[in-house]
Structures are given as structure tokens and as C-alpha cells.
Design a protein around this ligand. Sequence first.
Ligand SMILES: Cc1cc2nc3c(=O)[nH]c(=O)nc-3n(C[C@H](O)[C@H](O)[C@H](O)COP(=O)(O)OP(=O)(O)OC[C@H]3O[C@@H](n4cnc5c(N)ncnc54)[C@H](O)[C@@H]3O)c2cc1C
Length: 439
Amino acid sequence: MATDPTAIVIGAGLAGLAAARRLHAHGLHVVVLEAEASVGGRARTDLVQGSQIELGAEFLASFYTRTLALIDELGLRDDLYRIPSSSAILRNGRFYSLWANARIALTPLVGVAQKLSLAYLLVSLLRHGAQLDLHSFQKAYPIDNCSVSDYARAHFSEEVLEYLLQPPLSGIFYWTPERTSRALLLLVLRAGLSQLAGLRLYTLREGIGQLPRRMAEGLDVRLGSRVEAVEYQPEGGYLVRVAGGPALRCEYLICATTASSVPRLFPWIDPAALDFFRGVHYSSTALLATGLHGRLPREFYGLLFPRRESALLASATVQAVKSPFAVPQGYDTLALHMSGPAMAGLHVYDDQTLTRVLLSELRRVAPQYDPSARATFQRLYRCPEALPEFDVGHFRRLHGLAEHPPGPPGLGFAGDYLGGPYVEGAILSGEAAAARVLG
Ligand SMILES: Cc1cc2nc3c(=O)[nH]c(=O)nc-3n(C[C@H](O)[C@H](O)[C@H](O)COP(=O)(O)OP(=O)(O)OC[C@H]3O[C@@H](n4cnc5c(N)ncnc54)[C@H](O)[C@@H]3O)c2cc1C
């Protein structure tokens, strides 16, 4: 017992590390158990031949107020680098600029009447403003009653749906508008429009993975420690069984894995709560990173592929445009992401086939970005659980979970599926879980 910690956090992603930092600051002896060989989860940066490859999160946005404050607390402000916010959407072989916000009024992607119809979005945002709280997603449950596609077809047009709404949903989250709640769309739009100076995107000098690495400093993080089972001890506390290691006892426990692991680790929690965790679905994608000599076109950092233009590709980023630290001088990297529905269908193929399929599709729709002729390396990374879907009903279920927290006292859950499908949501969920278990 003498070596047992007071608190255990399962998972050293951003949510788990945020929770652990809070518990540690409260004076508790905290141990973080992480299955993988490094911290960060879906916010890790790989380094190949001096080029940074983001295995998950690519950027931080200016509305991530808690994340940016944390970056200050961690002394990383000087490492924050503003990405040129130049993203574009493909239509008929040409890329049209999307950011900054005001420029949307000039985009030739959709017609004038369709642009005017977008005023309805502002009406929706004003009408539902009180429910659109980025620090508390479940508050949006009253407007979680139709999908983005139904909402767009009712108030805008097929063109707006296919060329303005679907590409960012697919390119950033690997979701479809059919399976995304309009509550999520309004929350994200509200966040973007709240930036009076325009939405800004950031990275860190060593890539996004620098953030979890710095968060883990000073914490007792045990890598390669996969938790296999958790038992509740009615006399008080929890027994945590780690693969190939001794069982650990603790008084406080936070599970910060993806939602899909919860039913296996906690089969004894409230059945209604188990249904909630089983009901969280994740999009999937594959990332093909190709390093090359020389430079790709420098006009845009982010490229979005509408499904009408490509059923296979979701998005790509040009790393030399993103930041001078992302690639060595004279080199570039194209990070190409497969669309969620395509990955769901093609995940059975081997890496070579997926690579071939992705590159030949890129050559078909945007040959100017084909990196193959000058390639110095090529890596394919699979993300079977990329982003939790905030589908119709998820906000209502979140609200239900907040009203009836699952499990006995001292047990908490954290992850982007609770706080919002991005870095900020993961961090907020971790800090909220720590506050809850401490009572
Ligand atoms: C391809 C992609 C692109 C993205 N782009 C962006 C972006 O540009 N901007 C943005 O803000 N967000 C982005 N995101 C989302 C962001 O990365 C996630 O929301 C966030 O990192 C999730 O953090 P988390 O802590 O909730 O979960 P995770 O990072 O998944 O952490 C869970 C941790 O638990 C560990 N674990 C699981 N089971 C066990 C077990 N049994 N025992 C021990 N450990 C276990 C895992 O190994 C993992 O480290 C992207 C995600 C992906 C996949």
C-alpha cells in the first residue's frame, strides 16, 4: 500500500494529462498509466528525416482559450507559431480560398443567392447563442435535433451543403454532414465568428506533440502500461490491473481513454452510462505523409476536397507553408488524409495499396500537388479512431450523463468525446473530470 498512488489516470493523451496536472497541483500522488511508448495519444508528432509529421492534431485555433492559457503556464508562448490561415476548397480542378472569415462573402464557390441565404446562419447563431457554450457542450442539447445535411437542405441549398459545409466537416473531422448534429456546426461557427480579428491557427515549434510532452514533465507517467481491468472496492477505492505488472490501488481514478475502451474496463458501472459509452462512434482516416525535395505550390496551407470532387480524399496540408520548423530547408512534406467513409470501406487493404490509391486520386484531382516524382520518404499512418462523431443525439446523451454521473464517488471520465472533438475539448474535459472527482 505504501507505494500505491492516491490517484490514477488511465491514458496520457491531452485529456489524461490535463486531469493529472490538476490532481497533482492539488497535492495528490498521481500515477498516469499509458499503453503506448510515448505520451500524447492523438496529439503526437513523429519526426522523419527532420520533417515533423502530425499523427493527429495539426493545429490549434485562436478560440482555444484554455489551451492558449495552458501554453502560457507551461512557458511555451515563445514556441507558438502562427500558421498562415490560407485554406482552400477544390472545385473543378481549382482551389478557392476559404479563410479568413470575411472573405467567404467573395468566394466564387457558390452563387450570390446562396451566399445571401447564409444570413440564416447568423439568425440561428443569435437565436441559440445561450446554448452555444464551448466550455459546456451538453448545453446545446435543445438544438441537437437535426443533422447538418437536413438543416442545410431546409435553409440553404445543395451547393452550400456540398461546397461550404461538407468539406470542412470531412477535411477536419472525417465526418459526413448526414452524421453530424447541427448543434456541432453552430458551436464551431460561433467559436470561429467570435474571433473579431479573424480565425487564426497555430502550431508549436516542435509540432503539436510538444504540448503533451511538456504537460507530462514532473508527472509520474508510466509508459507501456496497458490497463486491462479495473475493480471497484466497496470498502473504498479502486484496484487497477496493468498488463504484465502489479495491480495498483487508488482512491481517485480518471479514465481518459477513448470512449470505446470504457465498457471493457468498467463493465460494472451503471447500465445507462455503459449505453452512453457504447453509443460513441469514431470516424476513421489514414494519413499519407510524403517528404520531397523542393517545394509544393505555396499558395495554400490546407486543401479541402469536397466529396463531389473526390470520394477518397478529405484534406491535405503543405508543411513548408505551415511553418519553417516543420520541414528542413529546401524540403517539403505533403500530409494527405483519406476521407472517413473511404477509410471505413478500404481499411482492409494493405499499406501499399492504400498509398497507391491515395496518390492516383491526388493525381486525378490536383496533379500540381503530386509529390511522388521528388519523394524522399513516404509513411502511411492509420487512425481507426480519429474523431468522436457528434451525431444527432450525442448532445442529449451528454446532457443525460452530466445529470447522472456514472459510477461511484472518486471515479471520473475524460476525453474529447465529452468536451469537444479537438485539443481544447480534450483539455477542458480532463480538467473538469479532476474537479469532479475532487468533489
Ligand atoms: C487525424 C487527426 C487530426 C486531428 N486534427 C486536429 C486539429 O488540427 N486540431 C485539433 O484541435 N484537434 C485535432 N484532432 C483531435 C485531437 O487530436 C483530439 O481531440 C485529442 O488529441 C484527443 O485527446 P484525448 O486525450 O481525448 O484522447 P487520446 O489522445 O486518444 O488519448 C487517449 C490515451 O489513452 C491511451 N489508452 C487507451 N487505452 C488504454 C489502456 N487500456 N491503458 C492505458 N492507456 C490507454 C491511448 O494510448 C492514448 O494515449 C485530430 C485528431 C486526428 C486523429
